[in-house]
Design a protein around this ligand. Structure first.
Ligand code: ADP
Length: 246
């Protein structure tokens, strides 16, 4: 469903992605781990073109984008890819002046052009799913970080993306709030949602991932099942990274 080939990205003279290749099937969960600065977030942001790669290609179902020798990516391809992806940010990025319900309805109205009443119905169903029905009329600042992040997940789901992208979804949260957010993500995985997740939560990664990639210095160092990557990593560098965490 997703195939990335030879993806490269530099910021000025700093080459952050040095040739990434990966595949992800529909309904599977890919978790990206690795040291700080290894390029995890940049790779995730390439999935929906918040960062535009310099070279390589991305295929997401029937949308194919080749960045090699391309000066500017056609705007319709950008929009097509964005419509197929939903992003959950580390810092939630909710609209502060809108209610929780308004936040979850917004994309459906502006992007999907759904009638308001339909958007409202879907938003309420999603808020129920993330356990926040009773907060529909609250504003983001009235919620805990964990609750805001669950709204962020409902909002990303609302536009019915083919894949959900999570950028360290729990790293801004107090430890006691992490569990509720991870529970929602695990539930989505069990329902067959295709997801790509950057995280530092190794136990969660082991629980939820079908495939883990361990990045280091702009490249994929290890790629495989949680057992293969976390328990039996092949490279000394990966073992060193994992040992430091335990
Ligand atoms: P990770 O998510 O693994 O911590 P990132 O993808 O955030 O790594 O960053 C990889 C490297 O790219 C870091 O050195 C970071 O400072 C740099 N970087 C990320 N985004 C930008 C940007 N917009 N401009 C310049 N440098 C960036």
């Amino acid at each position: 469903m997703i195939e990335i080939q030879d993806l490269h990205k530099s910021f000025g003279s700093l080459e952050v992605l040095k040739g990434i290749n990966l595949k992800l099937e529909h309904g599977k969960v890919l978790v990206i781990i690795g040291p700080s600065g290894s390029g995890k977030t940049t790779l995730l942001r390439c999935f929906n073109l918040l960062e535009v790669p310099d070279r390589g290609s991305i295929v997401l179902s029937d949308t194919k984008l080749d960045f090699t020798n391309v000066k500017k990516v056609p705007q319709n391809s950008v929009l097509e890819l964005r419509r197929k992806t939903g992003m959950v940010f580390q810092s939630y990025n909710l609209f502060p002046h809108m209610t929780v319900l308004g936040n979850v309805m917004e994309g459906q109205i502006t992007v999907q052009k759904l009638p308001k009443e339909d958007a409202r119905k879907r938003a309420l169903a999603l808020l129920d799913k993330v356990g926040l029905s009773e907060k529909a009329d609250s504003y983001p600042h009235q919620l805990s970080g964990g609750q805001q992040q669950r709204v962020g997940i409902a909002r990303a789901m609302a536009v019915e993306p083919e894949v959900l992208l999570f950028d360290e979804p729990t790293s801004a949260l107090d430890p006691e709030l992490v569990g509720d957010v991870l529970k929602v993500i695990k539930q989505l995985a069990a329902e067959g949602m295709t997801m790509v997740i950057v995280t530092h939560e190794m136990k969660f990664a082991a629980d939820v991932a079908d495939t883990i990639i361990l990045m280091d210095n702009g490249l994929i160092l290890e790629q495989g099942t949680p057992q293969e990557v976390l328990v039996h990593p092949k490279s000394p560098r990966a073992r060193q990274f994992l040992n430091r965490l335990s």
